[in-house]
Write a protein that binds this ligand. Structure first.
Ligand code: NIG
Ligand code: FE
Length: 410
């Protein structure tokens, strides 16, 4: 007998994309119902199998035949930053590359100058519309990185701004410390000294103030090398912070294989990842986070190794990478479309990328990203006839309503 005494909400007359099969398919249950108790999924199944509800005390919502998916997860964003880089967009249109601009003192460090100049409150205020946009597209969980402060005070300021921003929305936000994003100009020629600062001052401060849930490094020719990356991973682990990495985006330095040795949550970008790195990821149960917005915006031609990731059963998440330089895109819907059109993911793989696998990339794989009993009752209800529509079109928003912990929030 199902106990319905503590149910708070029942949504009936819906089709469920449970996303419980890792993206092999949608895990569809047609003509279904789903019940919530204490903010978690208490029951789901065919509506015809619902227990007897004669004297129900809870709210019942008629889904009118719509589709219900887990609330979407954007597991890689740089949502907090000062200024923008439209001028560099123009430079790139005149023929300069992302790397050339970075080497000439533009790129990430130009956003660092604008972020340092911005007050904490103005960082919150400028990021709020970006988060609002994601929220209106069904995002209920997201990650926000630091990495444009590049000194202790400004990195902490960014992380506090992310926390303040998250308190203004009902969404779940995971914050990531990315002090090793770029070399600040005052450390030019002294990258090892900067890494010392990251490891011995910034990470301890971030850990002590509990401002981050993970530590990330940009391991790249224009970022930090393998030895420097390892020093940051080791400092993070000694403060019991999980690690992740921006790796193999522009070249193959082996950052992903190194991250696997530190049981990293994810390796992100991965266009240049080789099979040895993929096999290391599989052994460490890491998630590959694919960022089609950056691939598109930088006009990358090297595709991520999708077939090899499939062959080794590495879970693939999809995220916006929303940032002012390489992916000024706050659209999870566009990412779903690009994951299919540019990377040739199937629509069910793409949807898994922004649900179950996105949640896993944030260490939330047992709580979020699936419709299953015991999971958090974060749902998006969509005006669509079939789930592939979420990937097929963008620019028209099919979101009907959004629930977080079983509460209607939109
Ligand atoms: O994820 N790869 C490094 N970091 C960002 C780019 C940040 C920027 O250009 O401001 C990324 O693509
Ligand atoms: Fe990024």
């Amino acid at each position: 007998m199902t106990n319905t005494d503590n149910w708070q909400l029942l949504i009936t007359n819906v089709n469920l994309a449970t996303m419980t099969n890792g993206g092999q398919d949608y895990g569809t249950i047609n003509d279904a119902a789903i019940a919530v108790a204490e903010g978690k999924i208490a029951w789901l199944g065919k509506a015809s199998e619902l227990p007897n509800l004669d004297s129900c005390q809870f709210e019942v919502i008629d889904g009118e035949g719509a589709w219900l998916t887990p609330g979407l997860v954007d597991c890689h964003t740089h949502l907090i930053y000062g200024g923008n880089r439209a001028n560099e967009f123009e430079m790139r249109l005149q023929g300069k590359s992302y790397e050339e601009i970075a080497k000439a003192g533009g790129g990430i460090v130009s956003t660092v100058a604008a972020t340092r100049a911005a007050s904490e409150q103005s960082l919150v205020d400028s990021a709020a519309p970006r988060l609002q946009t994601l929220f209106e597209q069904g995002v209920t969980t997201l990650e926000i990185k630091s990495g444009y402060g590049l000194d202790t005070d400004n990195e902490l300021k960014m992380l506090r701004a992310a926390k303040t921003l998250s308190s203004q929305f009902p969404v779940t936000v995971k914050t990531t410390f990315l002090g090793a994003h770029a070399l600040p100009t005052e450390y030019a020629g002294r990258a090892d000294d900067y890494i010392e600062l990251v490891c011995h001052e910034m990470i301890p401060a971030v850990a002590e103030q509990q401002l981050a849930d993970a530590v990330d490094v940009f391991c790249e020719g224009i970022g930090f090398d393998i030895k420097q990356t390892e020093a940051v991973f080791s400092a993070a682990r000694s403060h019991e912070l999980p690690v992740k990495v921006h790796a193999e985006q522009l070249s193959n330095l082996g950052g992903t294989a190194l991250a696997a040795k530190y049981q990293a949550l994810s390796s992100d970008h991965v266009e240049f990842l080789d099979e040895a790195g993929i096999s290391a990821m599989a052994d460490a149960n890491m998630t590959a986070v694919l960022l089609p917005g950056a691939f598109y915006f930088l006009r990358e031609t090297q595709l991520p190794p999708i077939d090899l990731l499939r062959k080794h059963n590495v879970d693939m998440a999809i995220a916006t990478d929303a940032n002012p330089g390489s992916s000024p895109i706050n659209s999870i819907q566009l990412m779903l479309n690009m994951a299919c059109t540019l990377f040739r993911l199937t629509p069910s793989e793409a949807l898994a990328g922004v649900t179950c696998h996105g949640a896993k990339a944030l260490g939330l794989g047992d709580n979020k990203g699936k419709l299953a009993v015991g999971y958090d009752a974060d749902f998006a209800l969509w005006h669509i006839q079939q789930p592939a529509e979420l990937c097929y079109q963008f620019g028209v928003n099919p979101l009907k309503s959004l629930f977080i912990s079983g509460q209607k929030v939109h």
